[in-house]
Design a protein around this ligand. Sequence first.
Ligand code: TA6
Length: 287
Amino acid sequence: MNGSNYLEIPGHLTLAGGNGGLAKAVVETRWSSAEIYLYGAQVTGFQKKGEAPLLFMSGSSKFQSGTPIRAGVPVIFPWFGPREGLPAHGFARTSTWDLVETSLLDDGKVRLCFSLQSIDFYHVQHIVTVGETLSLELVVTNRADSDAIFETCLHTYFQVSAIDQISITGLANTGYIDKGRDVGPLETSPSIRIADEVDRVYYDTAAAVEIEDPGYRRTIRVEKSGSLSTVVWNPWIETSRHMADLGDDEYLQMVCVESGNVGKNKITLPPGETAVLKVELSSQPHG
Ligand code: TA6
């Protein structure tokens, strides 16, 4: 981090060596604290004062170049899911981004702007704003002279008190594909409960989603814009056992509710245009 001290903000933002020696920004505001790795421009932690962490971090996560970090909000770009001969979920999450700008906003929030280097055809920024809420913006500009076609996703891992106690609302009457079962029904349940492996891509939905967590006595809210897909994932027992970077029982404390544009909602962007995927993550304690 030599030479980047000018990006630090006394009392609010320090640059430090994180796990595996990877550089991270540590942020403090009057409402919350957060950690963001330059590797993947990945928020790995966000916690409001007096509350449980909002984001889940696997105790077995690797922190090494070439391997994604299993925590927080991996930035998925320019494709979602597997690609023959290429890294799953694109290369953004395994690239080291430049931290190009930091600022303390008038209202006390801290804003960080990361830039993804050396992709000829795209200019990509990830803007993270830490305050009472956590706001993330993935900003992609097409610098080529023909249409760019790509997928985006903010693959958010939430920490929950107990997976079988939570309920997820906001997706009723939305069509989805369950990856495991390869079916395409409409969500009939106004309130989704998880009692098995769930790996669903909900399409054509711009709706906010809420996660009700009675154990932590809070409701998490995912507000989004520039996104037509919502992914809900929990690996459950068998899949977890095959994941080297997730403890066998950690599926009990996590759920992914991801905002993006994937599959049939992939983005076609004309030359010179910009697409912005924005999410605002908040939590409301129960009274
Ligand atoms: O978003 C859900 C998903 O695509 C699942 O299919 C599951 O594989 C998960 O992401 C994690 O993928 P990863 O490459 O991080 O192991």
